[in-house]
Design a protein around this ligand. Structure first.
Ligand code: NDP
Ligand code: 8X3
Length: 251
């Protein structure tokens, strides 16, 4: 029987590329995001390959998260794979200059939103004693870089939550793992720099950044391992990147 995957942040970047690869593999997909036009467009493109359902909610809105997941029709209600991907950086400022609204957004989306979705999905996995949770962390969850402060804190929290989930869900036979990418060229920097595409482009200039498809490939590899294999924590960077601050921009 085909597996069912729920992907948050499926309207763009890593989440969208993952949905596309899952669909190619015949995995049924629940696509989540706030931009309905993009959800509709992706649903139309993927439904020739697999079963697709869309859910429009903001992960910050606790009630909306629980209502949306409770509304899933029977054919999609038993989630086998949860990809906790929705998230972004908001701003790049020193701690004294940072915006409280940006801090709230990062903690509310990247940390609390991930927890709300997990809380809505995991109990059914516990009931059936199987499931796979993939948390999208970041190299920002493994080290801290100048002006990364609160974004790094949010991704360090994802790292801790990933470990905590793996420990607590161990007795239920649920696989839990994190994928922690370095620089991936998506809409991430456009969001970080509040829609300034020119500033966003400079982040990826002079070297080959990862593509969303590179991360999607890894997620597909992770979910297609035999059930006794759990990729617990994986860090992936562009070849040109050695750490958050050491990037060989010689192209
Ligand atoms: P994108 O900006 O391309 O995609 C972000 C996705 O998250 C969108 O689909 C967006 O959907 C969704 N999202 C954002 N805020 C909310 C919200 N409040 N409620 C629901 N959905 C939301 O970025 P990426 O694909 O790069 O990012 C995906 C994940 O990968 C994030 O967790 C990011 O931190 C992580 N990551 C990214 C890296 C990079 O360099 N790009 C590196 C390491 C990790 P919508 O706006 O429609 O709601
Ligand atoms: C995204 C990678 O280096 O911009 O998580 O924080 S970085």
């Amino acid at each position: 029987m085909s597996k069912i995957a729920l992907i948050t942040g499926a309207t763009s970047g890593i989440g969208k590329a993952t949905a596309q690869l899952f669909a190619q593999k015949g995995i049924h997909v629940v696509l989540c995001g706030r931009r309905q036009d993009r959800l509709d467009e992706l649903e139309a493109a993927l439904k020739t390959q697999t079963n697709v359902h869309t859910l429009n909610f903001d992960v910050r809105d606790k009630e909306a998260v629980f209502n949306a997941i409770a509304s899933l029709p029977d054919a999609f209600a038993s989630i086998d794979i949860l990809v906790n991907n929705a998230g972004n950086a908001h701003g790049l400022d020193t701690i004294d200059q940072g915006s409280i609204d940006d801090w709230d957004a990062m903690i509310d989306i990247n940390v609390k939103g991930l927890l709300y979705v997990s809380k809505a999905v995991i109990p059914k996995m516990v009931e059936k004693k199987s499931g796979h949770v993939i948390n999208i962390g970041s190299t920002a969850g493994k080290e801290v870089y100048p002006k990364g402060n609160v974004y790094c804190a949010s991704k360090h929290a994802v790292d801790a939550i990933n470990q905590g989930m793996r420990i607590d869900l161990n007795k239920h036979g649920i696989r839990v793992g994190a994928i922690n990418p370095g620089l991936v060229e998506t809409e991430f920097s456009k969001v970080r720099f509040k829609g300034n595409s020119e500033q966003a482009k400079t982040v990826y200039k002079g070297y080959q950044a990862l593509k969303a498809q590179d991360i999607a490939d890894i997620i597909c590899f992770v979910v297609t391992r035999p059930y006794h294999v759990n990729i617990a924590d994986l860090v992936v960077m562009p070849t040109a990147q050695a750490s958050s601050t050491i990037i060989n921009k010689s192209e």
